[in-house]
Design a protein around this ligand. Structure first.
Ligand code: ADP
Length: 600
């Protein structure tokens, strides 16, 4: 946080919101202030000032027709105000809301797409991101409303003070009552309600969790096939009881505070001031009946203006906390900006070199340690090793999803950080084992937005499906490559098995014509026969391309030009399959164990 003092932070959040709204929709700021001004001042002018004018005219014994004409003339601006308020509520505000939603969504999406992958692993950033997404669209217009309400209501309250002071300055003492009621009693009450909320939030979350698990399909199998339902039910009961206990503990004092707040803010003020003005009208005769009515109107509108202004100020303090989260997110600068400019790489790749590369997702926990390797044009490399040894991480670094902490990755002798990021990434086609299927057609899931002519698209899609071993299956579907995947938007949507999804992800990689291919465990969900043919096709597809592939099935590795065996983030063995078998190290031992299991 840039500023530390709370008032400065709150003021900063206010200005920040006004800046954002101004950027997206200038007119909204002006119209919102005008709406508050019209609403708040209408009460003050017509409830008090206009009544005062009318009554003073009555006292002057004007003719009825003149009075009538003046009355209507006075109501004309009120009609205009109402037309404007209707226009704002039913037209200007909804139209601006849509524009605003679009503007805010675009700002957030752009930021989210540019964020480093590390951010999504940083729970603080992720919470901030989720809160920004959840709150931004509603919170920013709300804060604009609260800011305008606070300012305009406060101005109206000052105007009211001045009017009362002119009529009877001692009457201003009555204003102390709502101040006492609101700031002292309601202030303590709000603090206690906030503490109660904080204490019970954990119980609400437990109850919410139980509710979710019971209604979500993801948990339906376990709930039906085990006794977990009784466990969840017990958790639910306990959380509800704990919440009730906390509410009971707070309730007696809260009741008393609420009574005092109401009594001082409304009852004593309205009845007391009426008694006071009545006394001056009937006993001392220093006020006439007309003044009594106007005085009472001023007291009412003034109290409300004052309360609204205070309420809006409290709301703004709450809003500023959320706005800080949104600002933090929108001001975030990615370490690897997706639009990073630099040299445009050649599309002929001669060498890829990892030079003393070390990397860790968290500080002090290196996942890759001093990795050195070099691959030459057309070579096919297999990365093997136990789970968690760092194979996928190595590929993520190559694709520049992360940058090394130490050392460098060079492509054709140039540090990859010097290349234009988009142009650099376009050198690679990649399939990861956790690749995702999007709610769209098979064709779109393979082309991923890279369209040419319809004929060329069809050719690319079917060729890719064939290499992935999915051609026949897709041809047998009614809508073939136009079949929609997932049931997200269509009841006819096709839900794929793990193996089918993996084939579509592999087809996606086959559909891109790039000089380097990366396949990370592309077959973990496939049966052995499908796996064998997929690896044969990966090698066929790669041909003259450079290829990195990761596989837990060592039989698929035999044809690689070079095998790198990773252990705890280090390359401990390297060479061709034959060389590594001759070396008789860990690779050879693992290979023999797998082969034995196969034979068995
Ligand atoms: P492999 O592909 O060899 O199975 P990975 O490269 O996926 O291994 O993971 C290497 C290590 O890095 C593992 O210990 C894993 O837990 C850790 N790791 C992987 N991804 C992340 C991540 N996003 N955040 C933190 N640690 C991670």
């Amino acid at each position: 946080m840039k500023t530390k003092r709370p008032i400065a932070r709150i003021a900063h959040a206010h200005l920040y919101v006004l800046k954002i709204v101004w950027q997206i929709d200038k007119k909204r700021v002006l119209l919102q202030f005008l709406e508050r001004f019209c609403t708040v001042y209408e009460y003050l002018i017509y409830g008090a000032i206009f009544t005062q004018v009318i009554l003073s005219l009555v006292e002057k014994n004007l003719e009825f027709q003149t009075m009538f004409a003046l009355l209507w003339a006075g109501f004309l601006p009120r009609a205009v105000i109402h037309i404007y308020l209707q226009y704002y509520t039913n037209m200007a505000s909804p139209v601006s809301d849509v524009r605003f939603l679009e503007g805010m969504t675009r700002l957030l999406y752009e930021k989210a797409c540019l964020a480093d992958l590390t951010c999504f692993e940083d729970s603080e950033f992720y919470n901030q991101y989720m809160m920004a997404v959840r709150e931004a669209k509603a919170r920013v217009p709300k804060m604009l409303y609260d800011i305008s309400d606070m300012i305009v209501s406060f101005l109206a309250a000052l105007t009211g003070f001045y009017m009362i002071w002119r009529m009877n300055r001692y009457a201003l003492l009555f204003i102390i009552l709502p101040i006492l009621g609101n700031f002292v009693f309601n202030g303590i009450l709000s603090g206690r309600l906030f503490r109660l909320e904080r204490e019970t939030i954990i119980f609400k979350r437990i109850a919410d969790y139980v509710n979710r698990t019971i209604h979500l399909a993801d948990y339906a199998k376990e709930i039906r096939l085990s006794n977990v339902f009784s466990l969840l039910g017990r958790k639910y009961d306990e959380s509800v009881k704990a919440e009730q206990k906390a509410v009971r503990r707070y309730a007696p004092v809260n009741l008393l505070l609420f009574f005092c707040f109401q009594y001082f803010t409304f009852t004593l003020l309205f009845n007391g001031s009426f008694l006071y003005a009545g006394y001056h009208t009937l006993v001392t005769g220093s006020m006439v009946f007309a003044e009594l009515a106007v005085f009472q109107n001023f007291m009412c509108t003034n109290t409300w203006d004052f309360l609204y202004s205070a309420e809006a100020a409290v709301e703004n303090i709450k809003n500023s906390f959320f706005i800080e989260q949104i600002e933090g997110f929108l001001n975030y600068e990615p370490k690897i900006p997706e639009d990073a400019d630099g040299m445009i790489p050649e599309r002929t790749i001669r060498t890829i070199t990892f030079s003393h590369v070390s990397f860790g997702y968290q500080e002090g926990r290196a996942v890759l340690k001093d990795v050195c390797l070099e691959l030459h044009a057309g070579q096919h490399a297999a990365l093997v090793g136990f789970n968690g040894s760092g194979k996928t991480t190595l590929m993520k670094l190559l694709l520049r999803l992360y940058d090394p902490d130490e050392g460098a990755i060079l492509v054709n002798g140039t540090d990859i950080r010097e290349y234009n990021l988009r142009a650099y990434r376009s050198l690679f086609t990649a399939a990861f084992q956790d690749g995702k299927i999007f709610a769209d057609t098979v064709e779109e899931n393979i082309l991923m937005g890279a369209h040419q002519t319809p004929e060329q698209d069809a050719q690319t899609v079917w060729k890719a499906l064939k290499l992935a071993g999915m051609e026949e299956e897709v041809r047998s579907w009614d809508r073939q490559e136009k079949t929609v995947l997932t049931k997200e938007f269509s009841r006819e949507g096709m839900v794929l098995s793990g193996g089918q999804s993996q084939k579509i992800i592999a087809a996606r990689a086959f559909a891109k014509d790039c000089p380097v291919a990366v396949f990370d465990e592309p077959s973990s969900a496939l049966d052995p026969i499908a796996e064998y043919s997929l690896f044969a096709n990966i090698l066929r597809f790669s041909g003259e391309r450079m290829l990195f592939f990761i596989s837990h099935r060592l039989s698929s590795v035999r044809n690689a030009d070079v095998v790198f065996f990773l252990e705890n983030g280090r390359i401990t063995e390297r060479g061709s399959h034959k060389e590594l078998m001759e070396k008789n190290g860990k690779y050879a031992s693992l290979y023999r164990t797998q082969a034995k299991n196969y034979l068995a």
